[in-house]
Design a protein around this ligand. Sequence first.
Ligand code: FAD
Length: 710
Amino acid sequence: MGDDGKHHSEFRARRVDGANPDGLEDAAAQSRLTHDRMSAEESRLFPEICKGDIKRHKAFLIIRNNILRMWFDEPRIQLILEKVMEKLNQVEPQYANDERVLAGKIFLYLERYGFINFGVFKRITNPLGNKKDQPRVIIIGAGIAGIIAARQLQYFGFETIVLEGRNRVGGRIATFRKNGYTADLGAMVVTGLGGNPVSVLQTQTNLDLVPVKHKCPMYECSQNVLANTFLKPFELINYRRRYLRVPKAKDEVVEREFNRLLEACSYLAQTIDEDIHGKKQPYSLGDVLEQLIRAQEKAVREKYLQHLREITKMKDSLRTILTSMCDIRTKCVGLHKEYSDVLQVPDNGNVLEEFVIRDVAKNLVVTTEEYARLETQADQLKEQIRIAEDNPPPRLYLSVADRRILDWHIANLEFANAAPLNCLSLKYWDQDDEYEFTGCHLTVRNGYSILPLALCENQNIKLKRTVKKISYNKTGVEVVVTNTEDPKNEVPETYKAEAVLVTVPLGVLKENVITFEPPLLEEKQSAIDRLGFGNLNKVVLCFDKVFWDSNHTLFAHVNASTSSRGELFLFWCFTKPPVLIALVAGDAANVVECATDDVIIGRTLVVLRNIFGSVAVPSPKESLVTRWKSDPFARGSYSYVAVGASGDDYDILSRPVECPGDRVPRLYFAGEHTNRNYPATVHGSLLSGLREARRIADAFLGSIYEVSAP
Ligand SMILES: Cc1cc2nc3c(=O)[nH]c(=O)nc-3n(C[C@H](O)[C@H](O)[C@H](O)COP(=O)(O)OP(=O)(O)OC[C@H]3O[C@@H](n4cnc5c(N)ncnc54)[C@H](O)[C@@H]3O)c2cc1C
C-alpha cells in the first residue's frame, strides 16, 4: 500500500459519514434507506400507501425520516411514540394531526425492524407492556448476532436464554487485555460509519474509534545491504537493517498495476459465461488473475522479441546495403581504372573512342551517385538501429522485486477476504461491494469487546454450554448441550422453548458438530457446503517502548516468495501502550495453525529486527498467536463467496425452517454468513440479529399490521 495508496476496497466518497446525521436525508441514509423513496420492504408492508395518492406517500416519507432523525438525535434513550408525536407536532403539525394512525404504524414498523430503539439505551417503557407468558426463545451463540437478537427479543417482551460454548461472550469479537495492553484478536476495523449501525452503538457505548491512515511504509529484503556495508567489529554482532524501504514511486506503480489487473478480472467476470466453452467448473479470482499476469508476461515478451526482430531486420538490411556499397566501391575502382586507362590512349579523333570515354565517365558518375545514395540509406538505418537499441521496450512484465510487491497487494486482498484468491469466486467474490458504507475505515483503540460486553448487560446468558443437538417440531424446540463448567464432569442439559435462533459460525455448521433433528433441508446443507469459510491469524507482541516510527500506524513487510506472501505481511500499531499486531493471511494463515508459538513469535522478531535493526527491537513483554481455524467455536475467521457459490447462498442460510403444518417457523438463523449485503463483518452480524429478532417477533406476536395502532 503506497503512502497515500488506496486499495480496491476503499470507499467511494458519499455525503453521510457517521453518526448524528443532521438532516432528514442523512437520517434515512444512515439507516440504509432512501429519503425520497419507500424501500421494497416498506412497499410490501404499506401497500395502501405505496399504491395510494402522492400526498400520503410523501406523508409516509416525512414521518419516517423525522422519526429516524429523532432516534439519531439521542440514541441513548428509548424513543417513545408520545415523544415522537409531540416533536412531530412541532416540526410537521399538519402530518402530526392528519396522519396520527399512520405515524403510529410507521413508529411500530421502525422499531420492529430495528431501525430505532436498538442497542444499549435507557428504557422508558416496555413497548409490549408487562404481558405474562411471553414466548421463550433460545439463542445459540453469544457473538454480536446472538446478543443483539437476544436483547431485541427481550425488549419486544420475549423470554430469552443465550447458550454459549465458550467461557466468554463476543465470539469473533475478542480483545486481549493484560497489564494495560489491549489488542483485538478478531474484528478490529469498522469499515466506515456512513450507514453503519455500529455508529449508533459507538454513541451508546464508549468505543474509541480512530481513523486508519493509509500511510504505510513498505519494507523488503535487500541482500546487498549487508554485503555493501563496511562493518565495524561490534556491528558484526548487532548487524544493520537488512530490509530496505520500497521507494514510494515503485510501490505506486505496482499498486496501479494491481488495480488494473483487478479491473480486468472484474471485466472478465461480467463477460465470461461460466457454463460456455465446455468449462463446467466456475473460475476463481486467483486463477484468472494469474492467467492475466501470464498473458501480460507473454505480451511483454512478445513485444520485446518483436523489437529484437525489427532490429535484426534493420541490421540485415544494413548488411545488404553495406555489401552493395562494397560491390559498388569495387566497381568504382574498376571504372576509375578503366577511365584512367582510356584517358591514356592518345586522341586520334576516333569518335568511337570518344564515346567509350564518355560512357565510362557516365558509368563512374552513376555508380558514385548510387554509392552516395546507399551511404545515406546506411546512415539512416544506423541511426534507426541506435534509437531502437537505446529504447528497448521492457524485457519483463514484472521484475522479481515488482512481483514481490504485487504479491504483497494480493496478500492484502487475501486478508480482506480471509482466503487465498484461488478459493474466491471470480464472478461473485465482491457481490456485496455496492453496499459498502461511507467514510474512512476506523479501528477501536480501546478494544472491540466493549461492544458485546455492553450489550450483554441484563441478558440471560449461560456460558460453557456447548450445543450438541437441536430438535424441532410443531410443539417447539429442544436443545441438548454439554455443560463444561466442570471439565472433569461434563454433563448434558436440555433446554426447551418455542423457537431457537442459531448464530454459530458457518465453520461450525460445516463441521456438523450440531445435530439437527429433523436434518436440515438439502438446499440449506448445500449452501453450507458451497459458501467458503476462511482463515486469518494475528501475532500480538507487547513491548515496553515504541521502536517503530510512531508517525505511522501501519507498516508493510514484503515477503520473498509468492507462497509466503501473506506471512506477517502487515503490522498494526494503534494503541497507546506499545503493541504490534502482525497479520497472517492467505495460505500462510493455515501454516500458523500447526506451528508453535515460539516459532511464530521468533519469526516475527526476525522480521522486525531486519526492518529496525536488532539493537532497536527488545524482547516482548507479552505475546500471543491466534489460531482461529483450530478454535472449535469458530473453525475459521469469516465467510467468503467460494468458487461455485454465490450471494444466493447467504439468503438460503438466512431462511428460517418450518415444520410442515406448523403455523410458525421454529428454527431461525443469524450471523455474518446469513447477511448477503454485509457478510463477514460485525455490522453484518448485528443487522442479521436485528433481522431475526424482527422475524421471530412477527411470527409469534403478529406482524406489524396486527399490532393495534394507538
Ligand atoms: C481474525 C478476524 C478478524 C476480523 N476482522 C474484522 C474486522 O476488522 N471488521 C469486521 O467488521 N469484522 C471482522 N471480522 C468478522 C467479525 O468478527 C464477525 O463477522 C462477527 O464478529 C461474527 O459475529 P457472529 O455473531 O455472527 O458470530 P460469532 O461472533 O462467531 O458468534 C458465534 C458464537 O457461537 C458460539 N458457538 C459456536 N459453536 C457453538 C456451540 N456448539 N454451542 C454453543 N455456542 C457455540 C461461539 O463461541 C460464538 O460466541 C473478523 C473476524 C476474525 C476472526
